[in-house]
Design a protein around this ligand. Structure first.
Ligand SMILES: C[S@@+](CC[C@H](N)C(=O)[O-])C[C@H]1O[C@@H](n2cnc3c(N)ncnc32)[C@H](O)[C@@H]1O
Length: 306
């Protein structure tokens, strides 16, 4: 059971379905690449026996305080794009399953200082890894108009990306845009009044994905998962954005992010995973309990014998 502090940090999404998807072998080796408040990790540990092992990753030092005191558990402060190397440092070459619950935690959103929230007036930051160099300040003040437009369109699905990028470039010619409040003032007039919050959230999502290199990290994670999961092992991924979900879906289907699956001389396709079941989304009751679950999409796959 979660205590109040863990609940306040983050309520785990699709907890049972995502861990069921790992088809846990009690003495297996598992990885939770997005530890956060540790909700999924605790559930995995509950299903392991004394010989099982769980490794978890998080790049945010705030997550470390949620660590679990259990001899079967190791928490690694690192980006999951380095999954394979860090596992190797632990002496682990192959695992039985990997779980990823992408994006940011409620804790990260709710801490004003982190700059992820549209509600406060704070420094433009939005780094998950608080020691990383790139912050939202550089993105907003140094990226050229074309780059800003691309980010807003691709990562935020913002139809008026062009207008927003132009407005930001014009404003920063007068003085740098330093805070989230200043940014909101520049863009708000370009959003429909009744839906300002919804569009601000999309804009912030776009900036956050860029600041944290989330798309490249996800691609690396998927490629390395194919290298470290044993045949018959499982991959369970929860995403919250259509672009991410599309990458997960394509990688499971084709073993790549674009184009068709590779075929050998005999016309057999080579794909590292096969999908297990259908796309899973939270039911009404979960969304009511935890509105953050609203956009979640869970995909499960099994490593093939290739
Ligand atoms: C949605 S939360 C996970 C919540 C967790 N499943 C739970 O139930 O508490 C995502 C977490 O993954 C971390 N994270 C996101 N991308 C990461 C990456 N590329 N490398 C390491 N950690 C990452 C974030 O810092 C955040 O703490």
């Amino acid at each position: 059971m979660m205590n109040n502090e863990q609940q306040a940090y983050h309520i785990p999404v699709l907890l049972k379905a995502s861990v069921d998807g790992l088809n846990i072998k009690p003495d297996g080796i598992y990885v939770d690449v997005t530890f956060g408040g540790g909700g999924h990790s605790r559930e995995i540990l509950n299903r392991l026996n004394e010989n099982g092992r769980l490794y978890a990753f998080d790049q945010d030092e705030d997550a470390l305080k949620n660590t679990i005191n259990d001899s079967r558990f190791t928490l690694i402060e690192a980006n999951f794009s380095n999954l394979r190397n860090f596992l190797r440092l632990e002496g682990v070459k192959q695992v039985d399953g990997i779980l990823a619950d992408l994006g940011i935690s409620s804790h990260q959103i709710n801490r004003p200082k982190r700059g992820f929230s549209t509600r406060y007036d704070e420094k433009l930051d939005m780094r998950m890894n608080q020691t990383a160099e790139l912050t939202a300040y550089e993105v907003i003040n140094q990226y050229d108009e074309t780059e800003l437009r691309r980010i807003f369109l691709q990562y935020g699905d913002l139809k008026n990306a062009h207008t927003l990028a132009k407005a930001i470039v014009k404003a920063r010619e007068e003085k740098p845009v330093k805070t989230t409040g200043e940014l909101n003032k520049i863009v708000e007039k370009h959003f429909p009044k009744a839906k300002t919050n919804k569009f601000l959230a999309k804009l912030y999502q776009a900036i956050r994905i860029e600041v944290n290199g989330e798309i490249d990290a996800l691609k690396e994670l998927l490629k390395q998962s194919a290298m470290v999961i044993k045949p018959g092992g499982r991959l369970s991924v929860i995403s919250y954005h259509s672009l991410e979900d599309r990458l997960v879906k394509r990688f499971i289907r084709d073993g790549k992010f674009e184009g068709q699956a590779e075929k050998d001389f005999y016309g057999n396709t080579y794909v590292p995973f096969k999908k297990v079941g259908k796309l899973i989304v939270p039911d009404e009751a979960e969304i009511e309990r935890n509105p953050r679950a609203r956009s979640a999409k869970l995909r499960i796959a099994e490593r093939t014998e290739h």
